[in-house]
Design a protein around this ligand. Structure first.
Ligand SMILES: [Ca+2]
Length: 762
């Protein structure tokens, strides 16, 4: 039984709250820690990184926290924000602080939901603890004192309470808190992080008091069942370590604890029991796949934050770099204990490498029916050793949005409000782009399903990295939405495929290229992926002392041959029929160093390239003379020694196709689409998209009832797009006219297309 909440502990609202409502945004006076606090403080927006004060004017102490949706005593929606009270810095925390809010911007101090202890006498002398732990045995009180005491001898590390999370158990109407609790693993240890336990407390009220139960190691897997992520005993996967953690309640009421284990190298998700106060099965009885899963092995992730959207489960994590920020990543799964797939960093652009200077802690379900979620992060400012600066660590709350297929985007913002986070529809592009021939057009249209409605839309494509081998391709729809696919790009009429650095052909893209070439009737000539040019060999590499990286990889780019001592790497191919060829080469630097290289075909410089950790490729025409030999050389010019990921040789014009005959006066080949739609401010817009498929540069003029726009020199294979603003919220159906002009082969060519759009009422 949880004791009733005592009257002490809760702070009363001060009268200055009224003043705070009058204060303009950003007008909060800066106050040093020892000055009287600012007047009462309310807000009506988020400014990530701003000093965030409660309605009493005190700095909010809810670090590493979480916000929970609840209902207050009057049945109205209310939010509770739980987190670490870091008033005293890293240790000696007063406990877990809780605040309440009806708008998520302004927060009322609800006191300490879980209180730590300064003296064992408090079990009898302090009414708060006497009531809370009155029926505890001495052994149970030992556990509470071990985990919640903040006064230990100077030579003993103090207990740590981090990342508190609270969930409501609807079945028994209790509130359950789990915390990463840590401290010395033995009486003579001085480590603050030796235990790696999760502790649990329970309360009848969301504001507490939470009554401490116990703390534990959690589930692991047998020591010999998986490769270890490190060599010392701390990495034993059977250890059940639990440090950074979070909680998640699924739609069926099942609760889970997510925790960083195996010395922070591997994440686990364990099911909780019906009370949410222990695992669904003790570690010695737990069944992998039913009671828990081991995910993202050896990927060294921390700070897990889980939520459910778009019919799938999302898990945002940070890297493990102490207090310093690092790139976030996210993973998705169809079920909590299912297979989790890493999907990369949800942040892009400036600041992505530090997650905009933050570390994830939770995701707030602002409006989950409309896929509106808020990212909660901490920008840790620990200061010098013993400093209390940690308590001033800012909170970074940012809008999350979704792209195609539920891809997650974390957006930076300096000032924002809930209205800025529009309802997020789910949409999916259906396009068969597993592989494609180099030189052939990608599809001009794709089927797009948005909120259950499928329509064909024009698309333009951009290769964001190289153009040969497996590379990312970005598609842009007429309305500006983008999506990406990994596409294996295969040259026609391949003769040789040298997969530099690879020990075997494997089962990856090198093997698929061979299958595709064979199916097209042009099987690749070489059987082994890479070899030195020895006497009598028909092909191979030359570069004394060259080494390899990732020689068991299955990806053409990620297996690499690198030169020693700034030497050239040359690939020589022999026994070729004289004629015209193309040589294709790919580059990727796993070390992301600076290396600039000249590229030579048959000894002649054809280009210069910076080899980076982005995939890049080149294709050069090559003539093979009598003698049948072709060489490709990579020659370092500046930076580290050069390297190559692959070299391919393809035949050009072996069976010449008839040249397309000029057709004077023929129509210009453009694809036009028009669509009326609503923009965010409620105005109707006619969007016009024109893709040039003509094979020549064209000039385009689009004419609509809302204006005209001209483009000149639109390159082949690219598209132009314009949204014509109507200035009103409702427009009737109409027609746009797009004229396209091209001049080549001594003649002008043109095309005029009329494309209808439907009425729209925003
Ligand atoms: Ca390779």
């Amino acid at each position: 039984v949880v004791p009733a909440r005592p009257s002490l502990g809760r702070r009363t609202r001060s009268l200055t709250l009224l003043l705070g409502a009058v204060l303009a945004l950003g007008a909060v006076p800066a106050a040093a820690a020892d000055e009287p606090v600012a007047p009462a403080t309310t807000y009506d927006d988020y400014q990530p990184g701003r000093e965030w004060r409660d309605t009493d004017g005190d700095l909010i102490q809810a670090h590493g926290g979480q916000v929970v949706a609840a209902t207050d005593d009057a049945g109205e929606p209310i939010w509770y924000w739980y987190g670490e009270d870091r008033t005293h810095g890293t240790t000696n925390t007063p406990g877990v602080h809780v605040y309440s809010s009806t708008d998520l911007y302004s927060w009322t101090d609800e006191g300490l939901a879980l209180q730590t202890m300064t003296s064992r006498d408090q079990f009898t002398a302090d009414p708060y603890f006497a009531e809370l732990y009155g029926d505890y045995t001495d052994a149970e009180r030992d556990v509470v004192w071990r985990d919640l005491s903040t006064t230990t001898p100077a030579d003993v590390a103090k207990p740590i309470l981090e990342r508190p999370k609270v969930i409501h158990n609807e079945a028994n109407d209790t509130w359950v808190m789990w915390v990463h609790t840590d401290g010395p693993s033995s009486p003579d240890s001085t480590s603050s992080y030796g235990r790696a336990w999760s502790g649990v407390a329970v309360a009848d009220s969301p504001t507490g008091p939470f009554r401490w139960i116990d703390s534990y190691r959690l589930n692991g897997v047998p020591s010999d069942s998986v490769p270890w992520c490190g060599t010392s005993a701390a990495y034993d996967p059977a250890g059940g370590m639990a440090r950074d953690m979070n909680l998640f309640v699924d739609t069926d009421g099942t609760a889970y604890i997510i925790y960083s284990s195996e010395e922070n190298r591997t994440m686990y998700i364990s099911k909780l029991d019906a009370d949410y106060t222990y695992l669904s099965a003790a570690p010695e009885d737990a069944v992998q796949g039913e009671d828990f899963v081991r995910i993202l092995p050896c990927s060294q992730r921390e700070a897990p934050a889980m939520f459910h959207a778009n019919g799938q489960y999302y898990l945002i994590t940070s890297g493990a770099t102490g207090w310093s920020p690092n790139p976030a990543r996210y993973a998705t799964a169809d079920s909590v204990l299912g297979t989790w797939t890493d999907r990369g960093n949800p942040a892009t652009g400036d600041g992505a490498a530090t997650t905009f200077g933050s570390q994830s802690t939770s995701v707030i379900p602002l409006d989950p029916e409309n896929n509106r979620f808020i990212y909660m992060g901490d920008r840790w400012t620990p200061g010098a050793s013993g400093s209390t600066d940690l308590g001033r660590s800012p909170y970074i709350w940012l809008p999350l949005t979704f792209g195609e297929g539920g891809s997650l985007q974390l957006n930076n913002a300096t000032t924002w409000r809930h209205e800025d986070l529009a309802p997020q529809s789910s949409w999916q592009v259906d396009v068969d782009l597993d592989w494609s021939w180099v030189g052939d057009d990608l599809p001009a249209t794709v089927d797009v399903t948005s909120d259950g409605v499928t329509e064909s839309q024009p698309v333009t494509w951009e290769f964001t990295e190289g153009t040969v081998g497996t590379v990312p391709v970005t598609g842009t729809l007429a309305d500006g939405r983008t999506f990406t696919r990994e596409v294996l790009r295969v040259p026609h009429d391949l003769v040789y495929v040298a997969d530099s650095g690879a020990a075997t052909v494997g089962t990856g893209d090198a093997a698929r290229i061979r299958e595709i070439a064979a199916a097209a009737g042009t099987p690749v000539r070489n059987d082994v992926p890479d070899q030195p040019l020895t006497a009598g060999a028909t092909w191979g590499w030359t570069s004394a002392g060259a080494g390899v990286k990732s020689d068991v990889g299955d990806d053409l780019y990620e297996t690499v041959r690198y030169a020693a001592n700034n030497r050239d790497i040359t690939y020589t191919f022999r026994d070729l029929e004289p004629g015209e060829y193309e040589v294709h080469a790919g580059f990727w630097d796993p070390w992301a160093h600076t290396r600039t290289t000249e590229l030579l075909v048959n000894g002649e410089v054809r280009g210069t390239l910076d080899i980076t950790d982005a995939r890049s490729s080149v294709s050069y025409p090559a003539t093979v003379a009598e003698g049948g030999e072709l060489t490709f050389t990579s020659r370092r010019t500046t930076g580290e020694s050069t390297m190559i990921s692959f070299v391919m040789v393809s035949r050009v014009g072996a069976e010449p196709e008839p040249e397309p005959q000029p057709q004077p006066g023929r129509e210009v080949d453009v694809v036009v689409s028009a669509r009326a739609q609503c923009w965010g401010d409620g105005r109707a817009v006619v969007a016009v998209h024109t893709a040039n498929r003509d094979g020549h540069p064209v000039d385009v003029r689009a004419t609509t009832p809302f204006g005209e726009k001209k483009w000149t020199g639109v390159a082949d294979g690219t598209a132009v797009y314009q949204g014509f603003e109507s200035g009103v919220s409702s427009i009737a159906a109409g027609t746009v006219s797009v004229a396209a002009y091209a001049y080549y082969d001594g003649a002008g060519h043109h095309q005029v297309r009329s494309v209808p759009y439907s009425a729209v009422n925003c």
